[in-house]
Design a protein around this ligand. Structure first.
Ligand code: UDP
Ligand code: MG
Length: 329
């Protein structure tokens, strides 16, 4: 085989000082193992993106990069959320590598699945989705909410790969095209299928976090689902339109009924039906306004074209560090 691909493993980290010292060596071993097997270039890198952590995460990253140049780090100027941190890592890495694999830093996603991801890339896939084959270690509640999350997304027209989070291999070629997706509201797992190219999935078992705690409680998960839907699909607006049509038809029937009753002289003072109609319509109208408002808000955010992330520090050797005097120190 000719040249081996340079891999960048992109890992967003937010307040992960407990788990990073445990998982960082595992990522390093994985690179060494795949390089030994001749699958990737030994100059492959692990790129941490510190998402404005308030604990010692960035200190751990800089220390790791001092000890071993395979570790690199980018530090965001503040906490921007998992999706933006990941976007930062992918876009910054893309000109320095042939493939990226994004993964969480908590060891929940099986690092060994990278072998099969790279194999799929070597046999022609440009995007390889890591899919959880079972959720045996999740609590019933987490499993139920997470699976409802994927179903809701797909039903609402945001096409995503079922049970795939953000553990995926993406080639630099795909990232080059992806860089033209300039939206500010990003939902990466729904956007990569839109880029196209040959894609496939590999399956792995998801395990428990090695340390620390989840940053995705139910509230954040619901917010992510809602964001994903409204960023990718206008189906909710269509549903509202459909609802409007249905209610109008029913109302028309009611009006006819009332008229006939009035003509027949049997109209009674029906406060119950009036009350129900007013309450029902009031509720539906408020929800509808909220949903439409969400889209208007998204347009507002998009038109501002604010930067999606701001890098405040880079470890020496990290992508972009050559142009950044502060990183030379
Ligand atoms: N994360 C981040 N910024 C945030 C929240 C989370 O970069 O604001 C990172 C976090 O460090 C981890 C990944 O995103 O690497 C996934 O978070 P977590 O494990 O808490 O979510 P879960 O696996 O429970 O869904
Ligand atoms: Mg996790």
């Amino acid at each position: 085989m000719d040249k081996r691909p340079v891999l960048y493993i992109v890992i967003p980290c937010y307040n992960e000082e407990e788990v990073l010292p445990l998982t960082a060596p595992l990522f390093r071993e994985q690179i060494a193992r795949m390089a030994d097997a001749g699958k990737i270039d030994p100059e492959s890198r692990i790129l941490f993106v510190n998402d404005g952590s308030r604990d010692g995460t960035w200190e751990i990253i800089t220390e790791l990069s001092r000890q071993d140049p395979h570790f690199q780090g980018l530090c965001l100027s503040r906490n921007r959320g998992h999706q933006n941190a990941l976007l930062c890592g992918l876009l910054e890495a893309r000109e320095h590598c042939d493939i990226t694999i994004s993964i969480d830093c908590d060891g929940q996603d099986d690092i060994r699945a990278m072998d099969s991801m790279v194999d799929e890339y070597l046999s022609g896939a440009e995007i390889v989705y890591g899919v959880r084959s079972s959720r045996a270690t999740d609590t019933f509640f987490k499993r139920f909410t997470a699976q409802s999350f994927y179903r809701l997304l797909n039903r609402m027209g945001a096409d995503t790969v079922y049970n795939h989070a953000d553990y995926r291999l993406v080639s630099a070629r795909v990232l080059k095209e992806f860089a033209n997706f300039r939206e500010v509201n990003i939902f990466l797992r729904g956007m990569f299928p839109l880029v196209g190219f040959k894609s496939t999935s590999v399956y792995y078992e998801r395990s428990e976090r090695m340390a620390g705690k989840s940053h995705y409680p139910l509230k954040k998960m619901l917010a992510l689902a809602f964001d994903g839907i409204t960023s990718l699909s206008v189906k909710p607006i269509r549903i509202i339109t459909g609802l409007g049509v249905a209610i109008s038809v029913i109302s028309f029937g009611l009006i006819l009924y009332a008229l006939i009753a009035w003509i027949a002289g049997s109209a009674v003072a029906g406060w119950a039906s009036t009350l129900i109609a007013v309450a029902l319509l009031g509720g539906i109208q408020l929800i509808s306004l909220g949903v439409i408002g969400e889209y208007v808000g998204k347009i507002f955010l998009e038109t501002k074209r604010r930067p999606r992330y701001i890098v405040s520090e880079r470890t020496p050797g990290a992508p972009g560090a050559e142009d950044d005097p502060a990183a030379k120190a």
